[in-house]
Design a protein. Structure first.
Length: 556
RNA sequence: UGGGGAGUCGCCAAGUGGUAAGGCAACGGGUUUUGAUCCCGUCAUCCGUAGGUUCGAUCCCUACCUCCUCAGCCA
């Protein structure tokens, strides 16, 4: 009997867990999601969140949220808050309270003393430059620092004085004494504590020494009883150090670290440093700009938690480098919104049409369903009028072969209304089409015309009843698939100047009172979402385009 | 030219000594008052390359090739 839920694909981590459960090594698994609060979460983190929390759910285990807050200079409460919000929004709940690596500072300190007492750590006063020199290179062994031979007594004293603030920032470090000749650079006596007088978001000014990631992470995992510590591939080389620390300390728990490949997406970047640069340099409005690959940006854009979780499921987990096309992500939202978003009509690029034979009080309006497959979504009246807006793109003076939209002398179905014929085109002095004079076939409401077939259907809005709306159309943020592949070229040079287009469009009155973050499908156009922050129900309608509808005509 | 990883369809990704899952995309057809959705069908004689072991290898062995990664007092 397998523990694998049918909904989740097999992957190497699940295989390991299943073996561990089957062998009795673990009765319950405990995972953790360990972000550093130094930026907002992005789609790559979402993959990790879905993995860690998903595993815990599927195997009846637990998953902790633990902040790796060991570098006070870059961390903030704002980031920590946003991260918690994002995890919740994605649909996950961590086990118990939020954990902080800083909660373990005292224990970490005592373990460091244990290491010193065992002769496995020493205080060094080499400058950063010297340390780099002493470290050697990939092909040459490093050499020992003079401090490597300090006695336990001396090290104990020095380390205590480091904590007491007797030394200047950066003047001394505590190093693990492992092997300066190791072919693994991480084992060449890595620094495990440095002196930094920085205000910490949790511990304030209580400490002037801070533990390094490699030293902190494994111990934090062990203290929390983590069974499977999952991280990305670049930490593979750190695993021997992870194990070394735990093997040499009196901790009876030794979590196992497993690495999986990080997610790469075409036309976007997933580097917190670079995302921060986009924010700082004002290339975007903030971390939650709808063009950002951040969780909060995608949320604002209109992505749903379900769609992101589905995405994580589709891309899978492995150890091979992979680059996923954004089309996969888009496919996930379309699929989710297809069944969840009510349909409504909107005109993004309006062209005025005068229905010449519209007869007030006689020409009828129909009710329209909010969802073709879900009558429970309800319906509303879509009023027709003498003057209507249609999409400028739905009319062509010189229609190409296969054109199913409006053309001079041609007919088209007005969605939920009559069949419309274009009789006359009004142009301005420059020859630009500014208005269409059309007539409807009075006998086509709710039924097809007799003797001829009208294939095309277009959306429209009665001018009298349409509501003005600010519509934000987003395109990819970068013009090339891999903006940051070339180290010599600033990725900002590949910014897509047309990534945001704000247009004044029109929407059905039904949208008027929509709350922020309401999803809609604008028929024939795409999925849109009322802006989380700026949309004001009943006052200012602001919609963000989440993703366009698939368009097999546009491809031709 | 040190260490650690990875190479299976356009993109992800299972799999395993017994003759290549699935998803996305793509393509063909059907339904449709969204050129959407939905439905049906097609889509790797082949698993980086070359040898070897075997009745039989993508899975085992050998060599090679390619890509990623490591020299922060970042995580």
């Amino acid at each position: 009997m397998s523990n694998t839920p049918q909904s989740s694909a097999s992957n190497f981590i699940r295989s390991i867990i299943e073996v561990d459960i089957a062998s009795g090594k673990h009765a319950n698994i405990i995972t953790r999601f360990p972000p550093e609060p130094n930026g907002y979460l992005h789609i790559g983190h979402a993959k990790s969140i879905c993995l860690n929390f998903g595993l815990a759910q599927d195997y009846q285990g637990r998953c902790n949220l633990r902040f790796d807050d060991t570098n006070p200079e870059k961390e903030s409460q704002e980031y920590a808050r946003s991260i918690q919000d994002d995890v919740h929004w994605l649909g996950f709940q961590w086990d118990g309270e939020v954990r902080w690596a800083s909660d373990y500072f005292e224990q970490l300190y005592r373990f460091a003393i244990e290491l010193i007492e065992k002769g496995l750590a020493y205080v060094d006063d080499l400058t950063p430059e010297q340390m780099r020199e002493y470290r050697g290179t990939l092909t040459q062994a490093g050499k020992s620092s003079p401090s490597r031979e300090l006695s336990v007594i001396e090290n104990l004293d020095l380390f205590a004085r480091m904590r007491a603030g007797e030394f200047a920032d950066g003047s001394r470090v505590l190093r693990a004494k492992i092997d300066m000749a190791s072919s693994n650079m991480n084992l060449r006596d890595p620094v495990i504590y440095r002196i930094r007088r920085a205000h910490h978001i949790r511990t304030g000014d209580a400490w002037c020494i801070y533990p390094m990631y490699d030293y902190t992470h494994c111990i934090s995992d062990a203290l929390e009883g983590i069974t499977h510590s999952l991280c990305t591939l670049e930490f593979e080389d750190h695993r021997p150090l992870y194990d070394w620390v735990l093997d040499n300390l009196s901790i009876d728990c030794h979590p196992r670290q497993y690495e999986f490949s990080r997610l790469e997406l075409h036309y976007t970047i997933t580097s917190k440093r670079k995302l921060l640069q986009l924010v700082n340099d004002k290339h975007v409005s903030g971390w939650d700009d709808p063009r950002m690959p951040t969780v909060s940006g995608m949320r604002r854009r209109g992505y749903t938690p379900d769609s992101i979780r589905e995405f994580a499921k589709r891309i899978g987990v492995s150890k091979s480098n992979n680059t996923v096309d954004v089309g996969v992500l888009e496919g996930c939202v379309r699929e989710d919104l297809e069944m969840k978003a009510p349909r409504v009509m909107a005109v993004v690029n309006p062209l005025k049409v005068v229905v010449t034979n519209f007869i007030e009080g006689q020409t009828v309006s129909r009710m329209a369903s909010y969802h073709p497959q879900h009558p429970e979504f309800g319906e509303r009246l879509v009023p027709l009028g003498k003057e209507i807006w249609i999409e400028a793109d739905d009319f062509s003076e010189n229609p190409p072969v296969g054109w199913q939209r409006l053309a001079i002398g041609g007919e088209v179905r007005l969605r939920y209304s009559y069949v419309l014929r274009c009789d006359y085109v009004v142009k301005d002095a420059l020859g630009k089409v500014v208005e269409l004079r059309c007539s409807i076939d009075q006998d086509t409401l709710g039924k097809n015309p007799i003797g001829r077939k009208v294939k095309g259907v277009i959306h429209w809005l009665a001018i009298e009843h349409a509501l003005p709306a600010e519509i934000r159309l987003y395109d990819r943020l970068f013009t090339v698939p891999e903006p940051d592949v070339d180290k010599d070229v600033d990725f900002c040079t590949y910014l897509n100047q047309q990534s945001l287009q704000v247009v004044d469009g029109w929407v059905e009155a039904a949208v008027s009172e929509a709350a922020p973050e309401t999803h809609y499908q604008f028929e024939r156009i795409g999925y849109f979402c009322t802006d989380r922050y700026e949309h004001q129900p009943g006052k200012k309608i602001i919609l963000n385009r989440t993703v366009a509808l698939k368009d097999s005509w546009a491809k031709e």
